[in-house]
Design a protein around this ligand. Structure first.
Ligand SMILES: *[C@@H]1O[C@H](CO)[C@@H](O)[C@H](O)[C@H]1NC(C)=O
Ligand SMILES: *[C@@H]1O[C@H](CO)[C@@H](O)[C@H](O)[C@H]1NC(C)=O
Length: 243
């Protein structure tokens, strides 16, 4: 058995505004490393990771919608080449990611941190609510997934995937996202709901990077066996992508 030593949460921040595929590739690489350390292998498990990024405009659909989004709808979503359309292996429905939105993908083994899939989602929700509170935004959970500022205004989306208890995908939090992108879809499959962001909540001029650091801190504080965060960016990320 691995000793219950306290580990740092490795925070990989992708600089700039990156294509969805860059984060997807990195995520895939990390998940493979975790899976490769599972029995029958007795290689040590990698430390817990979290990737944060800000994406170029992209609509992604969830795994239950794969193959169901008609070509005309995909064309509409691409908005004359202004956005991409991608099918993702996560829970949840079609949503938008783009500039001004924090995306965070924790890649962890739930067993290492004594989490169940349900308590993991709860941890994500609590961390999102605490992050919003840091900016004096009062957020909550409702009967619908995600995190809301009122029962009708969604500020953050949650869509996760798990393979043998190894997590991927994660959350999106609207910091200064142009909400026009959401007006074009029935956001998260819920009619009559609106979308919101920090700016609309009266919090202007916050960078996605700053909010991302706060969110990662909140996650680290709630993960059993984790003490502190180590940030990885720039060339170090390139190396990770190559190895
Ligand atoms: C996930 O972890 C639980 C214990 O936390 C274990 O019972 C279960 O078998 C694991 N699932 C997979 C698919 O490895
Ligand atoms: C941003 O707002 C839209 C509209 O409420 C919502 O669908 C979305 O889930 C929110 N958050 C993210 C990260 O997409």
């Amino acid at each position: 058995m691995a000793s219950p030593m306290r580990q740092k949460l490795l925070h990989i921040h992708l600089l700039g505004i990156v294509p969805y595929a860059t984060a997807a590739r990195l995520q895939e690489r990390l998940v493979s490393r975790f899976l490769a350390s599972k029995p029958p292998s007795n290689a040590p498990a990698p430390p817990p990771h979290i990737i944060t990024a800000e994406f170029q405009p992209v609509y992604t659909c969830g795994r239950r919608e794969i193959g169901t989004v008609a070509p005309q709808q995909q064309d509409f979503l691409r908005a004359n080449g202004r956005a991409e359309f991608v099918e993702a292996m996560r829970g949840g429905q079609t949503t938008f990611h783009g500039p001004g939105q924090l995306v965070a993908y924790p890649i962890i083994d739930l067993r290492t941190h004594k989490l169940t899939p349900r308590s993991y989602v709860c941890l994500l929700e609590k961390s999102l609510i605490a992050t919003c509170a840091k900016y004096s935004i009062n957020a909550m959970t409702t009967e619908n997934t995600g995190v809301w500022t009122t029962p009708d205004d969604k500020i953050a989306a949650i869509g996760v995937h798990m393979r043998r208890n190894v997590t991927s995908h994660g959350i999106g939090l609207n910091v200064s996202t142009d909400l026009w992108w959401f007006d074009r879809i029935v956001a998260c499959g819920l009619e009559g709901k609106r979308t919101t962001n920090f700016a609309k909540q009266g919090v202007e001029g916050k960078s996605v990077d700053a909010v991302g650091r706060d969110f990662v801190q909140e996650i680290a504080e709630r993960l059993q066996g984790v003490e502190g965060v180590e940030r990885v960016e720039g060339d170090e990320v390139e190396e990770l992508l190559e190895t």
